[in-house]
Design a protein around this ligand. Structure first.
Ligand code: DLL
Length: 437
């Protein structure tokens, strides 16, 4: 183990001037290609009075206009691609639940850059070419499965493409193949963990030592639950299909934010209302420019994720900027009687009180008033079957919710394991208000 690689690439630890020089070169090239090859960008740049020649360094990026998800939808499926069809080697599409899918194309160079991003992230948490990668993200148009797969292979690790579903079989494979690390959504990791417990399998008997979880917001409390259920260390990985897929950013062993692969995906935080760039440390909307991307060179893409950046030195020695765990998406934010509520705040309260991360938020409107109900599963340790006992528990959770959220919530305790489980991204909000509006 003496020659275990600490970093996948030198650029991860490059001095800031070297990183800026690399970014500037890539940005200039990418902006020129977008202007010349994508009619949408030619029109957009012309409308904003900006020409490729105006972009000399990465610091000029704020001169460029934003790209929105709607622009991808309006140009569905391939209208924003900058290369001819024969240069494409892969297509993916977003898992969005509303509207048209957003379609993403990749050249061989794009797939390689994406895989390098994932390989860097895996290296930063101590994964090596000797490890078995148990990949339970969905394979298909969703980027999770193939993204982790190619990244693991790029590193030289062995990919086990299990995909999601059939949870008992997942556990059998972990036991028989000796999977070293698990890649799936945090909600599916919870389900695998619960199933291991139900089957009476001792998690310590598995070889599994780490997990790479992302694709949806999750709290520190949920991380702890997963680590206990699976007896592993759980790491956060972020990405979005429009930009590449998983591995746009990921935690290192020190877990103090996610290192962004900023020589491929340049991040900014902006005020979502004014579009103004915000200083490091301030929460705002995360925006990415895919510098170096050939097939789909998105310029200042509005992710809707609420996040902040940190450029203070990291103990691991990487100099790349780190992004915080996204608080949620601006479009997932619930406005309950005028108060902004993120599902992650609700999860935080429940986990603090010792409940599980399986919950369901239901929002209704009665007589023009919003009402939020949170269904929570009873746990073994708090079990009571008296009406009084249950009411007392519900009231104590509701009181804590009120103090954290600033808005009253009705709590309904339900039977253990009665709420829906997810093998992919969890859907924890049922907003009935849209139906009555
Ligand atoms: O979820 C890509 C991915 C796959 C990331 C596997 C990580 C692991 P989309 O389906 O396009 O792509 O969804 C992207 O998911 O804008 C965030 O809102 C959310 N998201 C992704 N990772 C995280 C994370 C994939 N670690 C959208 N924490 C993003 C919080 C996340 N939210």
């Amino acid at each position: 183990m003496g020659n275990v690689k600490k970093y996948f690439d030198e650029i991860e630890c490059a001095p800031i001037e070297v990183m800026k020089w690399t970014q500037s070169n890539k940005l200039r090239k990418m902006v020129k290609a977008a202007y010349e090859n994508v009619p949408f960008y030619k029109d957009l740049f012309d409308k904003h009075g900006v020409k490729p020649e105006d972009i000399e360094t990465i610091d000029d990026i704020a001169k460029l206009p934003f790209t929105y998800k709607q622009d991808l939808r309006d140009n569905y499926p391939f209208g924003l691609f900058a290369v001819p069809k024969d240069k494409l080697v892969r297509i993916h599409a977003s898992s969005g639940t509303t509207g048209k899918q957003t379609v993403v194309g990749y050249t061989q160079g794009d797939v390689d850059a994406w895989s390098i991003g994932v390989a860097r992230m895996l290296t930063s948490i101590g994964i090596t070419k000797d490890d078995y990668a148990h990949i339970s993200y969905g394979y298909g148009l969703f980027t999770g499965g193939l993204g982790l797969h190619y990244g693991a292979e790029m590193l030289g690790a062995t990919a086990i493409p299990v995909s999601s579903g059939n949870t008992q079989r997942q556990i059998q494979i972990m036991q028989d193949f000796g999977s070293d690390f698990l890649c799936c959504t945090p909600s599916y990791a919870m389900l695998i963990g619960e199933t291991i417990k139900d089957l009476g399998v001792d998690p310590k008997s598995l070889k599994l030592r780490a997990g790479v979880f992302g694709a949806e917001p999750w709290t520190e409390g949920m991380r702890k639950q997963i680590e206990e259920l699976l007896d592993i260390k759980a790491y956060d990985i972020y990405g979005l299909s429009e930009i590449a897929g998983p591995g746009v950013a990921g935690e290192c062993e020190y877990q103090c934010g996610m290192h962004v692969q900023e020589d491929f995906f340049y991040p900014e935080i902006i005020d979502p209302d004014t579009g103004e760039v915000l200083p490091d440390g301030e929460y705002g909307e995360l925006v990415f420019t895919c510098i170096g991307k050939e097939a789909l060179p998105l310029v200042r893409y509005r992710t809707r994720d609420i996040c902040k950046l940190d450029r203070t030195p990291c103990k691991c020695g990487r100099t790349t900027v780190r992004m915080a765990k996204p608080k949620g998406r601006s479009d997932d934010m619930l406005i309950i009687r005028g108060v902004n509520v993120f599902p992650s705040q609700i999860e935080y309260v429940l986990l603090q009180l010792g409940f599980s991360a399986n919950y369901l938020i239901i929002v209704d409107r009665e007589n023009s008033l919003d009402r939020m109900t949170v269904k929570v599963e009873m746990t073994e340790s708090m079990f009571t079957d008296t009406v009084k006992g249950i009411e007392a528990l519900e009231n104590s959770i509701a009181a804590k919710m009120l103090s954290v959220l600033g808005v009253s919530t009705k709590i309904k305790i339900v039977e253990p394991k009665s709420l829906p489980r997810s093998e992919g991204k969890a859907n924890r909000v049922v907003d009935n208000r849209v139906l009555v509006d």
